[in-house]
Design a protein around this ligand. Structure first.
Ligand code: 4G1
Length: 244
């Protein structure tokens, strides 16, 4: 899967995603991340890509032309363009990103991200190229790069082969809409605090039930919104954790 990121800070994107599981996936050729520096497409000799905002007010806006040229460059460099790729504009005006959007995006072969800075981007180029407006939540940021990195991380781990055998526990959390149950590793006792007895019993049925009960209770207490959604989708909580 190919991710293209249009940004004024390409190093920020590449450096983050070159670490950890996404870094391994890049090395293994399972995903490809290309950060395209919008500044490279400035046509003036000072390489500026922003200007004052028509109608007044404070701050600067990213200009349409370099964004459009960066987009054209990506489209021309692309090998398989039977299907025009989705262009995700990272903006607080977008739909809040969630796991089902991650699943949907992971079906695409190419995804293009557009990251704003300053006060945002000239509306005209957005009208021309953006297919989806996506937000990662309601707070003020300095740019769209960290949201793009967040989405690439969440989507990448759904690409077959990206999660290795030792990462497979990561599959479990959130898959059926519940929070993770409490987990423990060695030693059996830490500063007087013991690992719950059932987990040492080797009784797999009891362990599974304990984990399910803890997941359910933890979700009810910490995330009542997710808990209500889970009950609507799975009935009264008599079911089992589904792993796939
Ligand atoms: C008004 C948050 C402005 C921010 C209201 C989540 C935030 C991109 C995101 C802002 C951004 C609120 C995001 C704000 C984001 C232009 C450059 C927009 C940075 C910018 C709640 C600044 N998910 N924010 N404006 O943060 O890009 O994707």
């Amino acid at each position: 899967m190919n991710f293209y990121v249009m940004t004024l800070f390409p190093d920020m994107v590449i450096n983050c995603l070159s670490e950890s599981i996404t870094g391994r996936a890049i090395k293994n050729g399972l995903i490809n991340v290309e950060a395209v520096n919008i500044r490279d497409f400035a046509t003036n000799k000072y390489k500026h890509v922003d200007d004052y905002i028509y109608g007044g007010g404070s701050g600067m806006l990213m200009q349409a032309e370099p964004v459009y040229l960066a987009y054209k460059h990506i489209m021309e460099s692309m090998e398989n363009t039977e299907k025009t790729p989705r262009v995700l504009y990272m903006t607080p005006q977008g739909k809040t990103f969630n796991q089902s959007m991650a699943q949907e995006f992971s079906q695409e072969e190419n995804l293009i991200f557009l990251c704003g800075h300053y006060e945002g981007i000239d509306e005209r180029v957005l009208e021309m190229i953006v297919t989806d407006e996506v937000s990662v939540g309601d707070y003020v940021l300095t740019g769209g790069e960290i949201p793009a990195i967040t989405i690439i991380d969440a989507v990448s781990r759904l690409v077959p082969g990206v999660l290795g055998k030792d990462d497979s526990a990561l599959y479990e959390s959130f898959y059926d809409g519940l929070l993770e149950y409490p987990q423990y590793t060695r030693p059996e006792e830490f500063m007087g605090k013991k690992v719950p007895e059932v987990l040492l019993s080797g009784h797999h049925k009891n362990i599974e039930k304990w984990r399910y009960d803890m997941s359910l209770e933890r979700t009810r207490i910490k995330r009542p919104d997710l808990y209500e959604k889970y009950l609507k989708e799975h009935g009264d909580g008599q079911g089992k954790i589904q792993r796939n």
